[in-house]
Ligand binder design. Structure first.
Ligand SMILES: Cc1cc2nc3c(=O)[nH]c(=O)nc-3n(C[C@H](O)[C@H](O)[C@H](O)COP(=O)(O)OP(=O)(O)OC[C@H]3O[C@@H](n4cnc5c(N)ncnc54)[C@H](O)[C@@H]3O)c2cc1C
Length: 633
């Protein structure tokens, strides 16, 4: 054994380092799969903390949350139970980008998740800092904490977020700290480096929180939630209601001038921050410096909970000095007398290089060691939770000697996220976007259960009852689509008047009801009056009937593309292959292939620096391998 053990306290199957959004999903999934699990956190009061915007979901992030729910994760249920306001974003665009987003009660979300952890069998929740990862011959064996306690484990999942050597920056002040001034984790990075894990510095930032009494809401635009609320959880049929409004304000020339005049005092622009920040969540300084011609920037003023007067200024993350923050905020209409309760700040932290991970999120070099969340180079609660779920499932699958769960790009945004991370890596904090998927018409938020719940059931996180409910839903969808293709309609006066009122052509002759549903101006619900035998169907079923009929052609094209992609995914590559031995590969391709160790030709084809000619060489090599194999057998 590498490390002599001082005081051994307990044995676990899975140990999760961190009880943030990644850690919670990892711990819950492992424990629910029967693993004796422990989750460590620096403070129990920070479980599932929202150190940034008090919201769950949004463009592409809403898709991730629904996929987490479809697989049997917890975030969707937590978001439904603790939301303040719910909206579907991008309603004016196609269904592929419709994204659910809720304003969450930050404290209630924390309490909900803490209770879930406390009430889950097989799960121990511990407040202590994990300082060392123990290994034996490149296999994880346990952890040692700040108190010198040692716990053995067959798998360890690192989900330490933005706490690893966390450094807070506000103007000229820089100090060791984690989000919301919780202490940073200052030992585990060295232990990981000793194990040969590459760590790098990333950075992110958050805006100020201000006092409700100091906001003049009368002059702000009000933004309310949707009348009809769609829950994140597919089996949640509770009646949900919005309880708060959000508000919209704008920066102006004066705001921009204050920031430009003080940009030299920004740790980002003075070079004191080395960490790389998120491209898609820029600070207000970045926005003003990068888009100088833009006359104003929008900000959302969002309540952080029902039992607090704190308001969050979405879009105003900054690391400028406190006096500058007050000055530029008070130039904004509605915030002239604003009182800051928590300053905006930037945080730098250590994270790993996700190309050192296999698609299971296990480190290629250390058996039983997994990474999840911000530690893997992503940004966002939803991205973190998705990885935590996958790492928790795969650590458990490996311990049980079962096949890992590797979701491909055509199955889900979760599969796309992980494939992007482990195959392409990320040079700045990776945030999920719908444009990252080449199959986004298939990966809509409305059909995540159809795509993933069978997998969640097979793994053991989805109950038989819920699986049967999905089968029932699929049956109803199939029956109804078949029925509307057999409903014949004639050019009646009522129907033609309705068609013209919707701005679409009147009928000259008979037509199938489904053909009408296909017209962009028409909807399944809208045509109820010409369909007297229509059965009463659940909302989710009606939604699928309409979408599958309307987008049948596009969906068919994407499914053909998926088939072609999966052909290459099926061409397995041995991760231990030494690509320098394969004749015809270019040097760059050899380097990249030996680094990434792809599991298939499909994955190899997505590695930057591996081009189609290299893929042909690999295909020929595999063909030669199999014909040599056949000759021997
Ligand atoms: C200042 C700031 C700004 C952000 N801005 C954005 C943004 O603009 N957009 C966006 O999408 N996301 C943003 N995020 C990022 C993201 O939302 C979160 O960081 C997210 O919470 C990541 O989840 P996680 O589970 O990976 O880690 P975290 O939620 O950070 O949780 C980490 C957990 O690990 C524990 N921990 C760490 N080290 C140890 C240890 N050694 N031993 C025991 N426990 C340990 C901590 O106590 C905590 O429980 C921001 C985060 C911060 C802090």
């Amino acid at each position: 054994m590498e490390n002599q053990l001082q005081n051994h306290l307990d044995d676990f199957d899975v140990i999760v380092v961190g009880a943030g959004h990644a850690g919670c999903e990892a711990a819950l999934s492992a424990a629910r799969l029967g693993m004796k699990t422990a989750v460590f956190t620096l403070t129990l009061d920070g479980i599932a903390n929202m150190p940034c915007n008090p919201s769950i979901g949004g463009t592409a992030k809403g898709h991730l949350v629904r996929e987490i729910d479809a697989l049997g994760g917890e975030m969707g249920r937590a978001a439904d139970a603790t939301f303040l306001q719910s909206r579907i974003l991008n309603r004016g665009k196609g269904p592929a980008v419709h994204s659910l987003r809720v304003q969450s009660d930050r404290i209630k979300y924390h309490t909900y998740m803490k209770q879930q952890l406390e009430q889950t069998e097989n799960l121990s929740v511990k407040q202590d800092e994990v300082c060392r990862i123990l290994t034996d011959d490149n296999r994880v064996t346990g952890v040692v904490t700040r108190l010198g306690s040692e716990y053995s484990a067959k798998a360890v999942i690192i989900a330490g977020g933005t706490y690893l050597n966390g450094t807070i920056h506000v103007g000229d002040s820089s100090y060791a700290g984690g989000p919301d001034n919780v202490m940073p984790a200052t030992h585990i990075s060295d232990s990981l480096k000793e194990l040969g894990i590459n760590l790098r510095r990333f950075k992110t930032g958050t805006p100020a929180r201000v006092h409700k009494r100091s906001i003049n809401f009368d002059v702000l635009e009000k933004q309310d939630g949707d009348d009809k609320i769609t829950p994140f959880a597919f089996d949640n049929d509770a009646k949900l209601e919005n309880t708060v409004s959000c508000y919209i304000a704008y920066t102006n020339d004066e705001t921009h001038n204050v920031i430009k005049d003080n940009i030299h005092r920004s740790p980002m622009y003075s070079g004191r921050i080395e960490g790389i920040g998120p491209r898609y969540c820029p600070s207000i300084e970045d926005k003003i410096m990068r888009f100088p011609d833009k006359p104003r920037h929008q900000l959302f003023i969002e309540p952080m909970g029902l039992d607090t007067d704190e308001y969050y200024l979405q879009g105003m993350s900054s690391s400028l000095p406190e006096d500058v923050q007050i000055k530029f905020l008070r130039t904004i209409k509605g915030l002239e007398n604003v009182e800051i309760m928590r300053n905006a700040y930037a945080i730098e932290y250590d994270c790993c290089d996700p190309t050192d991970l296999a698609p299971t999120l296990e480190f290629k070099g250390i058996s039983g060691l997994y990474g999840a969340g911000q530690f893997n180079g992503t940004s966002g609660y939803e991205e973190a939770a998705a990885q935590g779920l996958v790492a928790g499932i795969n650590a458990s699958m490996k311990i049980m000697g079962k096949e890992p769960m590797i979701l491909d790009r055509a199955s889900s945004y979760i599969g796309t996220l992980i494939d992007d991370l482990v195959t392409k890596g990320c040079l700045d904090p990776y945030r999920m976007l719908t444009s990252r998927s080449e199959y986004r018409l298939l990966l809509r938020q409305d059909n995540a259960d159809i795509r993933l719940t069978p997998t969640g059931h097979e793994i053991g996180l989805i109950s038989d009852e819920r699986y049967d409910a999905l089968q029932k839903k699929l049956e109803l969808i199939g029956k109804e689509i078949d029925r509307v293709w057999h409903v014949n309609l004639g050019p009646s006066k009522d129907l033609n008047d309705y068609l013209e009122s919707c701005g679409t052509e009147a009928l000259q002759s008979g037509i199938k009801l489904a053909q009408l549903i296909r017209r962009p101006q028409l909807s399944y619900d809208g045509l109820k009056f010409v369909d007297p035998n229509r059965p009463e169907l659940p909302e989710q079923v009606k939604e699928q009937v309409e979408l599958q009929i309307k987008y049948e052609g596009y969906i068919k094209i994407q499914l053909e593309q998926v088939e072609a992609m999966r052909k290459l995914e099926k061409k397995a590559l041995n991760p231990d292959t030494d690509y320098s031995q394969i004749k015809g590969l270019r040097l760059e391709a050899i380097e990249k292939l030996n680094k990434i160790k792809p599991l298939s030709v499909g994955q190899a084809s997505r590695i930057s620096g591996v081009n189609p000619a290299d893929i042909n060489v690999l295909l020929i090599y595999l063909e030669q391998q199999s014909s040599a194999g056949r000759a021997l057998s």
